[in-house]
Design a protein around this ligand. Structure first.
Ligand code: TRP
Length: 337
């Protein structure tokens, strides 16, 4: 990150290293991150601490964490411009999380819809970490005096909680934390499943035709788009009740930069078949360079680790001041070494 950029606002965001990223992660988050790097001081973290709230295979988690770093770099996250690090490499996250958990109410955490969803899905492992997940997320954000957090709708409630915790703490101890605002991207694409366009595109979908992985090859991408569920209308237009077509239009718009009116015009008099093929080809073209770059980077562990080590050092330095202030405010005796 550049040195002389004090006036730029700070953006923090995290992504879980649980499986390969999908087109939904890319269009909903990573593509925006890439653009934000130009105007903000961005800090991006691969949040491995969050990942273990759900049981992970250790070897697979290690691989996925490194692959996530490689994919972010391949997608255009530039370590010269932004800070990129693995969450577990900065122990301040876990430390601040503990303090904040003492300023978060059981009732507040019980109301988190993601906790309710996840505890239903993982009924055999409703661990305390799953419950306090949003506190760790608040710590991630508050450590870096973050001004803005780009979040999708599914994380809005967690960000709201982070704001409440920050305001509550500031209310008791004075101005310790910057209260973060949500960053709503100009074009925010919520990508739905290709197999069931009422559901969000998810890598944990049991139907692999529902999601596009960033590493799917060209033929697979096109095949999945050809199979995408649509409706019995024949006209390519954005309208209520046409969630399949609406989803394909959003994807196409987000990847090509064309607006809905231009897309409707482009496909006037043409059928869904032509449209699906075109979206598939367009997505395949957009992802091809990412896949190629990933193939190179993922083999170069030394490079990936050097980026993450530098990122972690920067992250530790940035967060130390916040943590020391918090420890002082709550009444801990400062260590002398
Ligand atoms: N909970 C986020 C998700 O699953 C990931 C995350 C962790 C995050 N810490 C964060 C996002 C801080 C934004 C800011 O998508």
């Amino acid at each position: 990150m550049e040195q002389n950029t004090e006036r730029k606002k700070v953006i923090f965001s995290g992504i879980q290293p649980t499986g390969v990223f999908t087109l939904g992660n890319y269009l909903g988050a990573i593509k925006n991150w890439k653009e934000l790097q130009e105007d903000y001081n961005c800090i991006f973290s691969v949040v491995d601490l969050h990942a273990i709230t759900v049981r992970q295979d250790p070897a697979a988690l290690r691989k996925q964490t490194l692959d996530s770093v490689a994919l972010l770099l391949a997608s255009g996250i530039d370590p010269q411009k932004s800070v990129l690090f693995m969450q577990s490499h900065n122990s301040a996250h876990a430390e601040l999380s503990w303090v904040l958990s003492c300023y978060t109410q059981f009732g507040e955490l019980s109301r988190m819809t993601q906790f309710k969803d996840k505890s239903q899905r993982h009924a055999d492992n409703i661990n305390a970490g799953l419950f306090t997940y949003p506190v760790l997320m608040a710590a991630d954000i508050l450590l870096y005096k973050t001004d803005l957090v780009p979040v999708g709708v599914d994380q809005k409630q967690h960000l709201e909680l982070a704001r409440n915790i920050a305001e509550r703490f500031n209310g008791v101890y004075g101005n310790v934390f910057t209260v973060p605002e949500p960053y709503i991207p100009k074009i925010s694409a919520k990508v739905m499943s290709l197999a069931d366009p009422e559901k969000k595109m998810s890598k944990s979908d049991e139907n692999i035709n529902g999601f596009i992985s960033l590493l799917d090859d060209r033929d697979t991408i096109i095949r999945k788009f050809k199979r995408a569920v649509t409706d019995s209308d024949t006209c390519v237009r954005y309208a209520e009740g046409k969630s399949g077509i609406n989803n394909l239009m959003s994807i196409y718009s987000s990847v090509s930069g064309k607006d809905f009116a231009a897309i409707e015009k482009e496909f006037e008099g043409k059928g869904y078949g032509d449209f699906k093929l075109c979206v598939g080809e367009c997505v395949a073209d957009a992802l091809a360079p990412i896949r190629e770059e990933f193939a190179k980077l993922s083999k170069d562990k030394a490079y990936l680790m050097s980026v993450c080590s530098e990122g972690a050092q920067f992250a530790r330095r940035l967060s130390r001041r916040t943590l020391e202030k918090v420890y002082h405010k709550v009444g801990f005796v400062k260590a002398e070494n």
